[in-house]
Design a protein around this ligand. Structure first.
Ligand SMILES: Nc1ncnc2c1ncn2[C@@H]1O[C@H](COP(=O)(O)OP(=O)(O)OP(=O)(O)O)[C@@H](O)[C@H]1O
Ligand SMILES: [Mg+2]
Length: 151
C-alpha cells in the first residue's frame, strides 16, 4: 500500500474510510493522534470492514487494554496503551506473540513504546483540523532498528 492522505468531515466519514481500508491492512497498525483525534472511531470502521463485528460492538479498550474481535482464524485485536507507563507493563500483554501470529493488530498510543513494536508496520496519523474535520495520513513504514542509546 502506498501512502495516502484523506480529509473526513464527520465521524461517519472516518468510519467509512476505515471500512474501505480494512481489506488492505495486515499486521501491526499504529493509530497515532491526540485524545479525540478519532483513533477508536477509525477502528470501528476497520473492524466492521473485516467482517468481524459491527460498529456498535466496538468500544475503546482504555481499561481492558486488549479487545479481540472475530474468531482465531480471522482475528482483529484492538489495543490501547494509554494507561500504561512502563515498557515492562506492556511486556505482560504478550504483544510479540500477537505480532508473530500475523493477525491484524490495531494499536492506540503504542508509539510511546517504540522498542516493543514491529519495525515493519502501517501508521495511520489522525489530526483534528476543527471539531468535525480530520486529516488522516496512511503509510506503510519500515523503521530502522531501535536502540536504547541514540548517539
Ligand atoms: N471527522 C471525524 N472523524 C472522527 N471523529 C470525529 C470526527 N469529527 C468529530 N469526531 C468526534 O471526535 C471524537 C473521536 O473520538 P475517538 O474516541 O475516536 O478518539 P481517540 O483518538 O480514540 O481518542 P483517545 O486517545 O481518547 O482514545 C468522537 O467524539 C467523534 O464523534
Ligand atoms: Mg481511543
Amino acid at each position: 500500500m502506498e501512502s495516502s492522505t484523506h480529509l473526513t468531515n464527520s465521524e461517519e466519514e472516518t468510519i467509512e474510510l476505515g471500512r474501505s481500508l480494512a481489506p488492505h491492512l495486515s499486521g501491526a497498525v499504529l493509530l497515532i493522534g491526540n485524545l479525540g483525534a478519532g483513533k477508536t472511531t477509525m477502528t470501528k470502521g476497520i473492524v466492521e470492514g473485516r467482517g468481524v463485528a459491527a460498529v456498535e460492538e466496538v468500544s475503546s479498550p482504555t481499561f481492558t487494554l486488549v479487545h479481540q474481535y472475530g474468531t482465531s482464524d480471522n482475528p482483529v485485536f484492538h489495543i490501547d496503551l494509554y494507561r500504561l507507563d512502563e515498557a515492562r507493563e506492556v511486556e505482560t500483554l504478550g504483544l510479540d506473540d500477537l505480532f508473530a501470529s500475523g493477525a491484524l493488530v490495531l494499536l492506540e498510543w503504542a508509539e510511546r513504546f517504540p522498542a516493543l513494536l514491529p519495525r515493519d508496520r502501517t501508521e495511520i496519523r489522525l489530526k483534528a483540523l476543527d471539531d468535525d474535520s480530520r486529516e488522516i495520513h496512511i503509510t506503510h513504514v519500515t523503521v530502522p532498528h531501535v536502540t536504547d542509546t541514540v548517539r
